[in-house]
Design a binder for this molecule. Structure first.
Ligand code: GDP
Ligand code: MG
Length: 333
């Protein structure tokens, strides 16, 4: 059985962690409270790069990333543990205002929960553009945080920004309470992201670990696989079916130990209409095969074993309004 949280997923970033000195480690610690830990929420409007930042912070793919807004629905936690210190990251669904479905309610609640009682909020903005009304809405939410919550303004997409300084200045004006302002590229400059992570680690308060040190995410492997499949579906479907797709892993069969066979994962792709089902399946099944191929490739990279992925496209009318269906998908209501 493959444990998605096990150490073989852990690549790269730890190798370049600077050595911590004994003096560092000893400061503020006592016999019965030797560890430091805290929660960090990643907040910002859709598509600014929150999931990308989280993945770079962790050095492993946890949250789904696609070029479309609103692809992160769950408040995914990524956990980074290094030498007695643990950062628990909360990735939030992008803040938005228009939707009124049960799923929208769920997402708004997820955001509220994500920022309640965190130690630090990373407010991520897109430096390619000046602030929009959505950024203003996020800034207002920052104003209502528990007093004492540290806010770091993270200007992202520096690599693609024409006037980064000007943009950053405008964002800063929206929330002058930010204790720090920095410009990074979550996609192209991991070093800057690791430096941010080191700073976060330095500032952690003494506290027990919230998760075992070898755990990287609190998603189950089924949830993680479902998100990868949904990411693949959204990439391939482009404009055709923006948000009416959900994925549920219904079966997972690992091979007997020592037997050289693929793990067989069966998942349902939920759509709302018969016409949508036709689009997802594609001509002679071409689309669903592509969706499956992309997802399987990703899975095999991360799991380091062969996978047989079986995808069924199921019509579930109005699943976004159906509390039972949302609960089945793991969006606890
Ligand atoms: P989220 O909705 O805030 O979680 O945003 P995502 O992490 O899903 O990223 C949205 C899009 O922005 C994706 O196409 C990313 O590849 C892209 N992106 C993220 N970070 C950067 C960056 O530093 N530079 C550039 N040029 N693109 C980025
Ligand atoms: Mg996201």
């Amino acid at each position: 059985m493959t444990d998605l949280n096990s150490d073989h997923l852990d690549e790269g970033p730890r190798d370049i962690e600077p050595e911590r000195t004994t003096a560092d480690a000893a400061e503020g610690e006592s016999e019965d409270q030797p560890t430091r830990s805290g929660f960090v929420a990643i907040l910002g409007k859709p598509n600014v790069g929150k999931s990308t930042l989280l993945n770079t912070l962790l050095g492993v793919k946890v949250a789904p990333i696609t070029p479309k807004p609103q692809t992160t629905r769950r408040g995914v936690r990524g956990i980074y543990t290094f030498e007695g210190r643990q950062l628990v990251f909360v990735d939030t669904p992008g803040l938005h205002h228009k939707g009124h479905s049960a799923l929208d309610d769920f997402m708004r609640r997820e955001i509220r929960d994500a920022v309640a009682d965190v130690d630090v909020v990373l407010w991520v903005v897109d430096l390619r553009h000046p602030p929009t009304p959505e950024d203003r809405a996020v800034a207002r939410m920052l104003g209502s945080l528990t007093p004492g919550t540290r806010v770091i303004l993270v200007g992202n997409k520096l690599d693609a920004a024409r006037y980064p300084d000007e943009a950053l200045g405008l964002y800063k004006e929206l929330f002058p309470g930010a204790e720090r302002v920095l410009a990074i590229s979550a996609l192209n400059d991991p070093k800057a992201v690791y430096a941010l992570r080191d700073d976060l680690m330095e500032a952690l308060p003494p506290a027990p670990f919230y998760f075992p040190p070898n755990i990287r995410s609190d998603q189950t492997r089924e949830q993680w696989v479902a998100e990868l499949i949904r990411e693949s579906a959204m990439l391939h479907l482009r404009q055709e079916l923006p948000y009416a797709v959900a994925v549920l892993v219904v079966d997972w069969r690992d091979p007997e130990p020592g037997v050289d066979e693929p793990a067989v994962i069966t998942a349902e792709i939920w759509v709302e209409k018969v016409g949508h089902r036709r689009i997802v399946i594609g001509k002679a099944g071409a689309m669903i095969r592509e969706i499956g191929r992309t997802a399987r490739k990703q899975l095999e990279i991360f799991m380091d074993e062969h996978i047989f992925l079986e995808l069924d496209v199921v019509v579930r009318p109005a699943w976004r309004e159906d509390r039972e269906a949302l609960r089945e998908l793991g969006y606890e209501l």
